[in-house]
Structure formats: structure tokens, C-alpha cells
Design a protein around this ligand. Structure first.
Ligand SMILES: Nc1ncnc2c1ncn2[C@@H]1O[C@H](COP(=O)(O)OP(=O)(O)OP(=O)(O)O)[C@@H](O)[C@H]1O
Ligand SMILES: Cc1ncc(CO)c(N)n1
Length: 257
């Protein structure tokens, strides 16, 4: 049994965060485990409140599962605070496993999911530990420190910060994901679905990437497969749920393969 660990926040609305990750893990037939970093009181229209988990307890959750069950790959999502970034970096540095870092910063609704003073720690401590990093264009620009970059330039700039490879996702732009590794830049193209159900697309994408890396896919092949799964999850998304962008539907996406 392939064992996945998600280090991420809880979305009470069940669309993003840990809830999306566990749905992906179950749908792809792997064993999912979690280290919660924060609880959000959240729905499709926004984030009402955030309750951070103390860094020592994030560390305790990671150590608990690594020590007994073992981990084949890790997906990192919302980290909330600099102290949490530091302990996650400490623990991942000890773990010789593929790591996907989704540098979650701001929810689609505009709520901050990472404190502004935690961006430097994310860039300097965590990104160099990533097998693959999956910023969207806005996150890639912040990490690169240049808000005027286009997706191709942003992918190159984030790659130079130390991850093995980078995918700048294009869901909010044109649907083209830009992959950059040591051999350069490649587009990952596919349909852009006109769906009102995109909540959790980025979480589902990075969780699927971690599964495919654990199963031995090369990073580019994993990124192609994860883009296809995330796109189908958007196409099958639950548009009628809630008053905002509805949750992606990962289970239906896997059945539709
Ligand atoms: N409307 C869409 N049609 C097809 N694919 C999509 C669509 N929206 C997003 N995707 C795909 O989903 C994956 C996640 O990308 P996206 O840019 O949505 O991440 P994100 O902005 O981090 O998501 P989130 O809204 O969860 O923060 C990418 O592979 C992207 O191409
Ligand atoms: C908990 C959580 N993680 C990530 C995102 C980004 O989609 C979100 N909205 N909520």
C-alpha cells in the first residue's frame, strides 16, 4: 500500500485543503494521512476564521505517522505561519521522500492563508526541499519577488530558488501549466473548462502529483497526469453547491478516466 502524508489546513466546506487531499488519496487507491496546520471556517464564498495549530503539534503529527506507518511521499499545502513553515522544513529535511510543495498564500476569495512574514521562510527553507513546487501565477510572482513576470518567466524564476522542478498552474489564466526543471521549460496543455466549480483545484492537483511521484512517475509525467485529473475534477465539479465557486469533484473525475 502506497502511503501519502498531507501537511495542510482543513477546509470546513470540504472542497480544498486536507479534505480535497484525502478524497484524491482515496480515489487513487492509496493510504492517506494528515498533519493539520490550521483549521479554517470556510465555505464556497470565503474564509470566516482561521485557527492555527501550534508548531510543536504539527511536528508531533508528522513524527507520529512517519515513525509508525511510514510515508512514501508528502504533499504540503496551507502552512499559515512562519513557525509552522520552520518545523515542517525541519521534519522534511530528515525524510528522504518525494515532496510536493503547493505554496498556498491567498484563497480565491482573498483571505490570507499564509502570514506575510512567513513568505521568506517558505522561499528559503521549504522550496529547496521540494521535488516539485506547484505555485499558481500569483504565488509564483510573490516567490520570485517580481509581480510583473509572465508564467514562463515566473516558472524559471521559481525553479532558480531550488526545487527539483516547478509547475506554474494556469487555472486562473489560460489553463496552460508551465513545467520547468533542470532541462528547461515545457508547456502542459489541455482543455480549460468553463465551470463554476474550481474550489480545491490546486489542492487536488498537488495531492495527485504526490501520489504519482510515490508511484514512481517522473516529475513531468506526474504533472501531465495531475493536470488531466484536476481538469476533469473541475469539469465534473459541483457547481450548485454553495453561493460561490463550488467544490471540484475528484471521485467523479477518477471514474471518468
Ligand atoms: N477551468 C479549468 N479547466 C481545466 N483545468 C483547470 C481549470 N482550472 C484549473 N485547472 C487545472 O487545475 C490545476 C490547478 O490549477 P489552479 O491554477 O486552479 O490552482 P490554484 O490556483 O492553486 O487552485 P486553488 O483555487 O485551489 O488555490 C492545474 O493543472 C490547472 O491547469
Ligand atoms: C485549507 C485550505 N487550503 C488551501 C486552500 C486553497 O485553495 C483553501 N482555500 N483552503
Amino acid at each position: 500500500m502506497v502511503r501519502l502524508l498531507s501537511v495542510a489546513g482543513s477546509d470546513s466546506g470540504g472542497g480544498a485543503g486536507i479534505q480535497a487531499d484525502l478524497k484524491v488519496f482515496a480515489a487513487l487507491g492509496v493510504h492517506g494521512m494528515t498533519a493539520l496546520t490550521a483549521l479554517t471556517a470556510q465555505h464556497t464564498q470565503g474564509v470566516e476564521a482561521v485557527h492555527e495549530v501550534p508548531p510543536w503539534f504539527v511536528r508531533a503529527q508528522i513524527r507520529a505517522v512517519v515513525g509508525d506507518i511510514g510515508v512514501d511521499a508528502v504533499k504540503v499545502g496551507m502552512l499559515a505561519a512562519a513557525g509552522i513553515v520552520e518545523v515542517v522544513a525541519d521534519e522534511l529535511a530528515e525524510l528522504d521522500r518525494p515532496v510536493v510543495i503547493d505554496p498556498v498564500m491567498v484563497a480565491t476569495s482573498g483571505a490570507r492563508l499564509l502570514a506575510e512574514d512567513a513568505v521568506d521562510a517558505l522561499r528559503e527553507r521549504l522550496l529547496p526541499l521540494a521535488t516539485l513546487a506547484t505555485p499558481n501565477l500569483a504565488e509564483a510572482r510573490v516567490l520570485a519577488g517580481d509581480l510583473s513576470l509572465d508564467a514562463e518567466a515566473a516558472a524559471a524564476a521559481v525553479h532558480s530558488l531550488g526545487p527539483g522542478s516547478v509547475v506554474v498552474t494556469g487555472g486562473d489564466e489560460d489553463g496552460v501549466d508551465w513545467f520547468h526543471d533542470a532541462s528547461g521549460l515545457r508547456p502542459i496543455e489541455g482543455p480549460l473548462h468553463a465551470s463554476g466549480a474550481t474550489h480545491g483545484s490546486g489542492c487536488a492537483h498537488s495531492a495527485a502529483l504526490a501520489v504519482y511521484l510515490a508511484q514512481g512517475y517522473a516529475p513531468f509525467d506526474a504533472a501531465v497526469a495531475a493536470r488531466a485529473l484536476a481538469a476533469r475534477a473541475v469539469a465534473c465539479g459541483l457547481e450548485d453547491l454553495g453561493g460561490g465557486p463550488g467544490p471540484v469533484n475528484v471521485g467523479a473525475a477518477v471514474v471518468a478516466r
